[in-house]
Design a protein around this ligand. Structure first.
Ligand code: MSP
Length: 513
């Protein structure tokens, strides 16, 4: 039996330090859509997400809420899970870094690195941002009135001095540079590569302090109870702890990591360097293969700028779902933002895009086509190639051409472009209806039947191309067309409706005001 290719896709694991907003939904939606697309392409897929629950920042939040750490994170994580359910986003594994299994494997990873000599004990002296869980040297930090601030987030830094274990990054510098240069798909979009090289790698990678002994909320190392593993090592490891790395039942790890075909980490731009520097080094030190691609997306901002509590412009997806279906919101996120750039989210834009693309274009195409077909035919509409006119043939050619463009764009992670191609095909089909005026052809049945069969095939093509995004909702269309599901391989088989009666059952997408 031929083995399917595998596709592993991950989201960042989110901090339960606050509620998730539409920016987090954006990250997760990209991963979910990629998973759906690859599944339709016949891959065996695995989709990982989770929560990053340790560290000083979370401990502080719990204290402020008068709760124990675990009580605090339990409640927050329940909200995450509720959100993904409401957003109709299904995943395979949700990893909590507070789970016993995750803790044990992280301890094993640390011990392995120590035994291999890539981690050593030393003294850490430097600046630390509690909010970002990140260390800086004085030269990296911004100094103002004798105080130091993070060059990235502007958060205040505190001076710390403590015993610490270190990961010997310097050992891997040359290898990492070569790896990044000889694997052009490792970091996408490509514009980030130079940024990473010039700002970090070429400046020289300092050894990374990977344990803390000034707080308790985290995973202690087995070698010394006082030392807690740095939260980024703990968090990054989720991508393999979820697959049972180092456990006897590691079938998923073998299948999706060791022998896997494609591994994609979806991450936001500010956490890209953790995934492109520390994570590859850890994997290399563990003698493990690299992910295929770190896919770095921009931020979602509002017309008032970056979302923040103080500006009061943080958009809660659960509030949006009261007005819009999750499909509409997810559609907006992946179709309107060029991956890698920041994108502006506004209620009005969402409304316009939803009405224009989904209701007036795609929804209308399905609705009017099925109305015409049901009016004139009580038996299946057959595809008879000898009845096709030039204009019918042109549309069939477009289906083929648009499908090729769509596949190429999707394969290159240009999801927005791929979706726009699907919507353009839908526009072409609507124009085709205007031009051919099928309602006036009741006395020219062969011509009418040809048009209707082209329309059915056209709808099938658009629906299939939109399926990775509109998944659940789109299955209603499949049902009306007389299919259980949509398959790319079926798009160009124009005889697929020959024995099927497509029936209009309900209005698929309602217009919103
Ligand atoms: N816990 C770490 C990730 C560890 S992964 C091994 C973390 N968590 S986070 O909750 O702060 O952010 C998670 C993701 O959400 C990041 O990829 C971040 O870029 C993304 N976003 C947070 N705000 C965002 C927007 N406004 N827009 C788009 N993405 C945003 O970092």
């Amino acid at each position: 039996m031929k083995k399917n290719k595998t596709f592993l896709v991950t989201t960042p694991i989110y901090y339960p330090s606050g509620n998730l907003h539409i920016g987090h939904l954006y990250s997760t939606t990209i991963a979910w859509v990629l998973r759906n697309y690859k599944k339709m392409q016949g891959y065996d897929t695995k989709f990982l997400t989770g929560s990053d629950e340790h560290g000083q920042k979370i401990a502080k939040k719990a204290q402020e809420a008068n709760l124990s750490e675990i009580e605090y994170v339990d409640a927050q994580v329940a909200n995450f899970i509720h959100l993904w359910k409401e957003a109709k986003i299904d995943y395979d594994v949700f990893t909590r870094t507070t789970e016993e299994k995750h803790k044990k494997i992280v301890q094993t990873i640390f011990s392995t690195l120590l035994a291999k000599g890539v981690i050593y004990i030393g003294k850490y002296k430097g600046l630390y941002s509690i909010e970002d869980e990140e260390f800086f040297t004085k030269t990296q930090a911004i100094e103002k009135d004798g105080e130091f601030y993070s060059p990235i987030s502007n958060h205040k830094l505190i001076e710390v001095e403590q015993d610490s274990y270190f990961l010997e990054n310097s050992k891997f510098e040359k290898w990492l540079l070569e790896y990044i240069e000889s694997n052009p798909n490792f970091i996408i979009p490509k514009k980030i590569v130079n940024e990473l090289k010039n700002n970090f790698i070429l400046k020289g990678l300092e050894d990374l302090s990977v344990t803390r002994n000034n707080f308790k909320w985290g995973i202690n190392i087995l070698e010394n109870q006082e030392h807690i593993i740095y939260v980024w090592i703990d968090a990054l490891s989720n991508y393999i702890t979820a697959l049972n790395y180092s456990l006897p039942n590691d079938e998923d790890f073998q299948k999706f990591w060791v022998n896997g075909d494609e591994i994609v980490h979806v991450v936001g731009k500010e956490i890209t360097r953790f995934h492109c520097i520390y994570w590859p080094i850890i994997l290399k030190a563990l003698d493990l293969r690299m992910p295929t691609t770190v896919l770095s997306h921009g931020w979602l901002i509002t017309p008032e700028g970056k979302m923040s509590k103080s500006k009061g412009n943080v958009i809660d997806p659960l509030e949006l779902f009261k007005e819009f279906s999750p499909e509409a919101v997810k559609y907006f996120l992946v179709s309107q933002i060029y991956l890698g750039n920041d994108g502006v989210f506004s209620y009005d834009n969402l409304l316009n895009v939803y009405n224009a693309n989904l209701v007036n274009n795609y929804g209308n195409l399905v609705s009017r086509s099925l109305t015409i077909i049901n009016k004139f035919f009580t038996s299946p509409v057959k595809f008879i190639s000898t009845n096709l006119t030039e204009i019918d043939q042109e549309i069939l050619d477009k289906i083929k051409q648009f499908l090729n463009e769509y596949i190429e764009d999707f394969d290159n992670y240009q999801i927005d472009k791929a979706i726009k191609t699907a919507i353009s095909l839908s526009s072409e089909l609507n124009n085709y209806i205007e031009k051919t005026m099928p309602w006036s052809l009741k006395d020219e049945l062969p011509k009418l039947e040809a048009i209707c069969s082209v329309l059915l095939n056209g709808i099938y093509a658009v629906a299939t191309m939109l399926h990775p995004i509109l998944w659940d909702k789109n299955l209603e269309i499949a049902q009306q067309l007389g299919f259980e599901n949509f398959e790319f391989e079926q798009i160009l088989n124009f005889n697929k409706f020959d024995n099927i009666i497509a029936q209009k059952k309900s209005i698929f997408l309602e217009r919103k005001k």
